[in-house]
Design a protein around this ligand. Structure first.
Ligand SMILES: C[S@@+](CC[C@H](N)C(=O)[O-])C[C@H]1O[C@@H](n2cnc3c(N)ncnc32)[C@H](O)[C@@H]1O
Length: 247
């Protein structure tokens, strides 16, 4: 059966726009997630000069990277044309510090976009890899490990599975409250996003998410060879987990 999820979810203008305008800014603890990512990388033991942002969206995480690490250059990969346009427009001011390319990282050929194995200081990803079936998630984590230099870090800010249906309900209520608070009635600028945001959440949940508990994903990273693997921040189903390649 043909898998059409990527076409129906991210490659439409409407879904990309509803995420960027109505969802991204509402994500609970988003600033803390970025802070944790930057702290981990600052402590990694490598200067952060070259990184990849997998499923970059409009480049929100890469922007934080380039501001914190002024010597860094980023390769931003995504397969959604509307998202790639948003990234170009957001990051235009960074000139040749950014390369923004259209790639489907479910295809193992994506690694050829990077220069050479064993040379990257960091790979980051935000809310993207959870769309892949588990064997492909594991394969991508392996590919990331191979691309990293010694002490290089992988940081995944990710939507993960709850421990039970009861906890899933709590997580969904938490997100719904956050989106409602962000898209408050009376805020003319955001009102039009309300229904699109609901549709986005619905379609994300029902069709596209293949969520895995963060503990399982941390174990996968350890099995691949990463060290210092942990979930460094978590609120309900939103986690920041990471690992470092040994020296
Ligand atoms: C929820 S958005 C997150 C964007 C950004 N990382 C952020 O933190 O806001 C998920 C992004 O992953 C991209 N994406 C999903 N699957 C992908 C794939 N197989 N190859 C490339 N990009 C993918 C989507 O197009 C979308 O831009």
């Amino acid at each position: 059966m043909k898998d059409t999820r990527k076409d129906t979810i991210w490659q439409t203008e409407e879904i990309a726009r509803s995420y960027l305008e109505g969802i991204r800014g509402a994500i609970p603890l988003a600033d803390e997630q970025v802070d944790v990512m930057l702290r981990l990388l600052s402590a990694s033991g490598r200067p952060i000069r070259r990184f990849i942002d997998l499923g970059c969206g409009d480049g929100v995480l890469s922007e934080a990277m380039m501001d914190r690490f002024p010597e860094s250059t980023g390769l931003l990969l995504d397969f959604s044309e509307p998202m790639l346009h948003a990234a170009v427009s957001r990051l235009g001011g960074y000139g040749d510090r950014v390369r923004i390319e259209s790639t489907d990282y479910a295809d193992p050929a994506w690694v050829q976009r990077a220069d050479r194995p064993g040379t990257l200081d960091a790979v980051i990803s935000g809310y993207s890899i959870h769309h892949q079936p588990d064997p492909i998630k594991k394969r991508i984590y392996h590919e990331i490990y191979d691309l990293l230099a010694p002490k290089g870090m992988f940081i995944n800010i990710e939507h993960v599975a709850s421990c039970s249906p009861w906890a899933t309900d709590l997580a969904e209520a938490h997100l719904t409250d956050a989106f409602d608070a962000f898209n408050q009635p009376g805020d003319e600028a955001r009102q039009h996003d309300d229904s699109a945001a609901s549709r986005h959440v619905e379609s994300e949940n029902k069709q596209a998410n293949i969520l895995v508990p963060v503990e399982d994903q941390c174990r996968w990273l350890e099995q691949i060879g990463f060290i210092d693997v942990d979930c460094y921040l978590k609120v309900f189903e939103l986690a920041v987990f990471a690992g470092r390649k040994p020296a």
